[in-house]
Ligand binder design. Structure first.
Ligand code: RIB
Ligand code: CA
Length: 310
């Protein structure tokens, strides 16, 4: 089967790095674009370059927005460490960015497609995607859709109701969710079903390759930080790979059409994805295909097999 074409917009970040590793085997990655998010733009860019170097994949990488459209920057060192890729001992970085004009790269690459098969995959704050849409609205008619890791249909993580990628740039998220594009949404309600456990990391460690050891060291750090900050027990929700798998392996998921709006004004709810779960026909448009459930064991087997294939 033909691999889906994607542009992967990310803020590495441990789960972003795992998403890159998975996507490099299952997608035709036309480019990676980086955005301010888990850590600052210079670090998310360094981490994307480092991941591409470690998996020895020659993927064009462009940096994009170094701050949100309106909001103040927020980062997540409490989960990803100060460098954004805490845990593994990293080699010397030999790779360089292809450019710092991610927005123009996205626009030019979409316009160069003669089919509607290119997916934009956004696994960080939506700043770059929003800027591309506003700069060149014509690209909306040329993409297959936008697969987003972000939001949730009930709880948040950065606040009680807001997930990090959305609250890191709510105005950008509002632009994307109201754009009219076909949107696949992998929110926390889904990604928390896909947590990596000690036995999964032990299986990955047995592979004993450069890539598998990099992933195991990353996930050990990530799941430990999540345990300390959130869950109490060792568990690392693999958020970002979900936004790739919903395109490459949709049979592993259950979806539902929903209306989703982004709250911009609430004192306690800013950055919340307000999902209409009423289940009755009403005037709201169902602008999102929301991933509700994942076949965790099949998805984890697939991920581990992919890591072992390097
Ligand atoms: O809330 C989880 C999301 O925020 C993930 O994409 C993680 O990498 C961070 O960007
Ligand atoms: Ca991310």
């Amino acid at each position: 089967m033909k691999k889906p074409k994607i542009i992967l917009d990310c803020d590495p970040g441990h789960d972003d790095a795992v998403a890159i590793i998975f996507a490099a085997k299952h997608c035709d990655i036309l480019g990676i674009t980086t955005v301010n998010g888990n850590v600052s733009l210079d670090l998310t860019s360094r981490n994307a370059l480092m991941t591409a170097q470690i998996i020895d994949e020659d993927i064009p990488i462009y940096s994009g927005a170094d701050r949100p459209l309106v909001a103040q920057r927020i980062h997540a060192p409490g989960i990803h460490g100060e460098t954004g890729l805490g845990g593994p001992i990293l080699p010397e970085l030999k790779r360089k960015l292809n450019g710092t004009n991610a927005i123009q790269f996205i626009i030019d690459t979409v316009r160069a497609q003669d089919d509607k098969e290119l997916w934009l995959v956004a696994i960080g704050p939506l700043t770059n995607i929003a800027l591309a849409i506003r700069t060149a609205p014509d690209i909306l008619d040329k993409i297959a859709g936008i697969s987003i890791m972000g939001g949730s249909n009930f709880f948040g993580n950065r606040t009680p109701v807001a997930e990090f990628n959305i609250i890191a740039d709510p105005e950008a998220a509002a632009i994307v969710f109201s754009s009219g594009a076909k949107i696949l949404m992998s929110g926390l309600n889904l990604t928390h079903q896909f947590g990596v456990l000690r036995e999964d990391i032990a299986t990955i460690r047995k592979i004993d390759s450069l890539v598998s050891n990099f992933v195991a060291d990353m996930l050990e750090f990530f799941a430990t930080m999540y345990a300390e900050k959130f869950f109490g027990e060792f568990n690392g929700p693999l958020h970002d790979p979900c936004a790739i798998m919903t395109i490459t392996h949709p049979e592993l998921f259950e979806f539902a059409e929903r209306n989703v709006e982004v709250e911009l004004c609430g004192e306690y709810t800013r950055g919340m994805t307000v999902v209409d779960e009423r289940g009755v026909k009403n005037e709201l448009t169902r602008n999102v295909k929301l991933a509700l459930n994942i076949d965790r064991s099949k998805a984890m087997d697939l991920l581990i097999k992919t890591i072992a294939s390097y």
